[in-house]
Design a protein around this ligand. Structure first.
Ligand code: NZQ
Ligand code: ZN
Length: 387
């Protein structure tokens, strides 16, 4: 196991009604609050009204609305301007990964005089950020309990991650009932995203980070159990609670620490969502089985088979190659059972941009350091397997 530092300082308020803590938490940072949110789902499901009821009498609330899925650099710039114009003390992000990610970039860029894109290209330039508090409305990215933020530069057609210790939320409210109104496709996409986050570290070189892999398996087993229940009954409290907490634990360092090397699938997916505005979890569901098929070999069969035996409860007959193939089928079948379109053609993506997307994925994802190193040709082949 490699050396690591683990310092996740986000205070979590978990459970129904825990939003009541917001005023006390925000008070620590000041009176001027930037309230960031997305396209309006929180107005329909009543969360917006709850936040305003709690804050309007004691805080100066400035609204930063219309943050889009796959948040853009333009939205970040809009948020920075609002912070400067209104002398903002703290940002309250209410939404899913897109709102929280945009908020993190705004919080950091508030103190940077140059173009915020510089911070995306080089996170070492992030030295200070406004404090961030979040209220989660969609499980999947884990952004509520990590430092990461993924921003899209539409002019350059780039979707890249940034983050620093100061962009981690100070506090997060996770009320599982807030997830009740999620459309089925977003519930499904979030479930896949959670699985993908632990898979990315599960498939790294070296087998001695045993505890991390066991936690990863527990996260996957949890999602496989509860995602179908949440789809069947959107108001299933235990399902929403377990999916939400699994999502936070999947990407807060617990399963990724102590394992070096690059992730394999995310950078390949980020190209799809940059070029086609695809939902992140949908892109991952299409890519993961194809990537596993592409990397399957005598060297990788044992690890893929272990995943199938421990997570998908396949029987261990000693034939690792055969069990690995069954694992890939089980994974694909599970994603499809959630109602996700499993081919690129079903989401309107042709092979037109495979070459350029593959080139960028390899470059920005450092895929030569992945579990099985991937070249541009490998990534094109993976896209082709998804057609
Ligand atoms: O915009 P609104 O109206 O809020 O609607 C959103 C949006 O349309 C809707 N939604 C969210 N909560 C809802 C709801 N609708 C009804 N009821 C609710 N309770 O769902 C749609 C998708 O929301 P979004 O925030 O875009 O989804 P998600 O949480 O999956 O975030 C995706 C973004 O996060 C990045 C992705 O690349 C993508 O840009 N990621 C961030 C990571 C991180 N910060 O650590 C890691 C991930 O791997 C990922 O890359
Ligand atoms: Zn993800």
């Amino acid at each position: 196991m490699d050396n690591f530092k683990f310092h996740v300082y986000t205070e979590i308020f978990f459970g129904k009604g825990e939003i009541k803590n917001l005023p006390d938490v925000l008070k620590r940072y000041g009176k001027n609050v930037l309230f960031s949110y997305g396209g309006g789902s929180i107005k329909k499901n009543g969360i917006y009204a709850q936040v305003m009821d709690l804050l309007s009498s004691s805080f100066n609330v400035v609204e930063f609305s219309d943050i889009e899925p796959n948040p853009s650099l333009d939205s970040v710039k809009r948020g920075v301007q609002l912070c400067r114009d209104n002398d903002i003390d703290v940002i309250l992000a209410v939404g899913g990964g897109s709102v929280i990610d945009c908020t993190k970039a705004v919080a950091a860029a508030r103190y940077y005089e140059g173009d915020p894109w510089d911070l995306v290209l080089d996170s070492r330039k992030i030295t200070k950020a406004l404090p961030i508090v979040t209220v989660l409305t969609m499980a999947g990215t884990g952004s509520e309990m990590n430092r990461g933020s993924v921003i899209t530069n539409k002019e350059q057609m780039l979707k890249l991650g940034m983050g620093a210790p100061v962009t981690m939320p100070q506090a997060t409210v996770i009320d599982p009932t807030y997830l009740y109104t999620l459309p089925p496709m977003q519930t499904a996409a979030g479930a896949v995203d959670t699985i993908s986050h632990v898979l990315e570290s599960y498939f790294k070189k070296g087998d001695d980070a045993f505890i991390q892999d066991k936690i990863a398996e527990a996260v996957m087993i949890t999602v496989i159990k509860y995602a179908p229940l949440a789809l069947e009954d959107p108001q299933h409290y235990a399902a929403r609670a377990n999916l939400a907490w699994a999502s936070s634990l999947a990407l807060n360092g617990l399963t990724g620490n102590g394992k070096s090397g690059a992730w394999s699938v995310h950078s390949i997916e980020h190209e799809l969502s940059a070029y086609y505005d695809l939902t992140h979890g949908v892109g991952l569901a299409i890519l993961i089985p194809a990537w596993l098929k592409h990397i399957l070999s005598e060297d990788t069969a044992e690890k893929i088979a272990t995943l199938g035996i421990n997570v998908f409860r396949l029987s261990d007959d000693g034939d690792k190659m055969s069990t690995a193939k069954q694992t890939i089928v089980a994974m694909e079948t599970f994603f499809a059972s959630l109602g996700i379109p499993m081919r690129l053609s079903e989401v309107g993506i042709t092979d037109e941009k495979f070459e350029i997307m593959a080139e960028k994925a390899v470059k920005y994802g450092a895929l030569k350091h992945a579990y099985v190193p991937l070249t541009k040709e490998d990534v094109v082949r993976i896209y082709q397997l998804c057609k």
